[in-house]
Design a protein. Sequence first.
Length: 380
Amino acid sequence: MDLIPYTEGHRIFRRSFRKFLEKEIIPHIEAWEEEGIVPRDVWKKMGKEGFLCSGIPECYGGPGADFLHAVIIIEELAYCNFSGMGVRLHSDVVTPYILDYATEEQKRKYLPRCVSGEIITAIGMSEPNTGSDLAAIRTTAVEQGDEFVINGQKTFISNGINCDLIVLAARDPAETDPHRAIDLYLVEGWTPGFEKGRKLKKVGWHAQDTAELFFSDCRIPKENRLGEKGTGFKKMMGHLQPERLVIAIWAVAAAEFMLKETISYIKNREVFGKTIAKYQHTQFEVAEMATEIKLGRTHVEKLIMDHMKGEDIVTDVSMAKYWTTEMAYRTADRCMQLFGGYGYCEEYPIARAWRDIRVNRILGGTNEIMKIVVAKNLGL
């Protein structure tokens, strides 16, 4: 029995989104993988159907739905084996920063267009020499009159090419405290001095427009700083809990998809006169994977409910993020092995699933950082 109390409304929403995926997403995945980007009109189609920013209140043009709607979207995208569209980042990571910290005027300016898909968002944290150590970022924001002047570089930015609005982490070079030096800023994609660099070629996530971003004397209004001075690092730490939960949800759903595809394959593929599924070794492999996936789902569903209750689950989410992503990658590798040589061919879904799942052990804070967080919170 699922731990999550889905209502009939949730189930209708899931069926509706599945139909949308079958019509507007799945037939085009291979083409987008080749092109290295998802067309902007797809975002607008998702927005029109109410599949973006489900948690944004109605007063800002959103559905005002509960977190379970976001869970459904994350899972269904994972079930169709497509990581190329940064919807989970846009809807569940970036726009909450705007909702929580932007001015009322900014919320009314940006959020309805984020909901509609007219604006695509990104978040600028990682830099060429700074990954998990966010306190060490070098991009600067210097106050000059009624403006901030931004200089620096960001990399590994999902939605980097398509983005119209970025929540940018930058430091005040005059502040000696490395944590109080960090603030978050809203930067529009067409601002002079803000340039989008090359689209990065990656092992996986081929349709995801991950890019480098450059800021050279980029001037933004003073009111574009999100919140009080010196609070950016704290804001980022506070929002990492839901971000890492989103990653864990994706990892479990992706593992479920991979196992389902593999079971279907091994029931039909014959070797030495019988199907692969009839071999004891195969049965042991499947049983072990199914057990790990079930354990991951049970933990993640509990965390979803705790998160919706407003509980502090930083330690448990850190555990879940590192364990589920490691589990999903083990599942991908074991499933590919059961596919044999065919699993290494792009015509079979396990190939893309295998290469796409690997990065989840890195993004949102590497799994090594997750273990440090857990150890620290255990008093070590």
